[in-house]
Design a protein around this ligand. Structure first.
Ligand SMILES: C[S@@+](CC[C@H](N)C(=O)[O-])C[C@H]1O[C@@H](n2cnc3c(N)ncnc32)[C@H](O)[C@@H]1O
Length: 235
């Protein structure tokens, strides 16, 4: 599992990455939510605990990776008051099974991991798990996949005497996907202590694709700030 290569770097690099922007832009979209939220691809819980702080709703945090879930449960353990309100679902998005439909769904930085065929099958499934008029919010940027480029540093953090750095290279790309190589490097001064590599595809569907898929599944677009898309399930 490549997860175990990237996992130790996750909170270090993301707490200051996409998370501050999401914590600013997401709360207003969820202001009316009271009863229930499904978070798809909750990861290590960087957004999960914020969801619990922003809304009084019951939260279902769905996360298929055991490693990510371990950190998520550890984060929840540090907030014992949340343990009665957050249920962690150990499955992937297509397998989600809920006792009743939820009021809202949130999917932050997950779309890149969904293969096109999987993604197309996902929207109708989510529609059956959402209340009529319910809200679906996810991160998305237009412009398609990035063009090929050489290895470059993405981000770096100091931990004691060590520096944790992630570098990436875009090997090739087509209409909807890019193949990338990531290096996870730990150094002490000039000395490399550890370096491991992960390669895989990232998917970035264009607007026409997303719009067609969501409207086809019964969703209607709603207002959202740059970087997020919000949809309501038709009644
Ligand atoms: C970049 S992380 C984002 C985690 C969290 N949402 C955040 O913003 O910090 C992507 C997450 O999506 C999860 N994921 C990948 N494929 C998934 C799928 N098919 N269904 C649900 N989650 C998935 C991964 O396990 C990973 O935890």
């Amino acid at each position: 599992m490549t997860d175990f290569i990237s996992l130790p770097f996750y909170d270090l690099l993301h707490e200051s990455g996409h998370v501050p922007e999401i914590r600013k832009k997401l709360p207003p979209l969820l202001s009316g939510v009271r009863r229930s939220v499904l978070e798809i691809g909750a990861g290590t819980g960087l957004i999960t605990t914020s969801l619990a702080d922003w809304t009084p709703a019951e939260i279902f945090a769905l996360e298929p990776s055991a490693g990510m879930r371990g950190v998520l449960l550890s984060r929840l353990s540090a907030r014992p008051e949340l343990l009665k309100r957050v249920t962690v679902l150990p499955c992937d998005a297509l397998s989600v099974d809920l006792a009743e439909p939820v009021e809202a769904m949130v999917m932050i930085n997950v779309m890149y991991a969904l293969e096109p065929d999987y993604r197309k099958r996902l929207w109708p499934v989510l529609a059956t798990r959402l209340e009529p008029g319910g809200l679906l919010v996810f991160t998305w940027r237009d412009g398609g996949p990035p063009a090929p480029r050489p290895l470059q540093e993405l981000e770096s953090r100091q931990v004691g005497r060590h520096t944790y750095t992630v570098l990436s290279e875009i090997l090739d790309s087509d209409e909807e996907s890019a193949r990338a190589r990531y290096l996870y490097r730990i150094t002490e001064g000039d000395k490399v202590i550890n370096e491991e590599e992960v390669a895989g595809h990232a998917y970035r569907p264009r607007w026409e694709t997303i719009e067609g898929e969501l409207t086809g599944a019964g969703f209607v677009r709603s207002e959202a700030p740059e970087g997020l898309l919000a949809w309501r399930l038709g009644r």
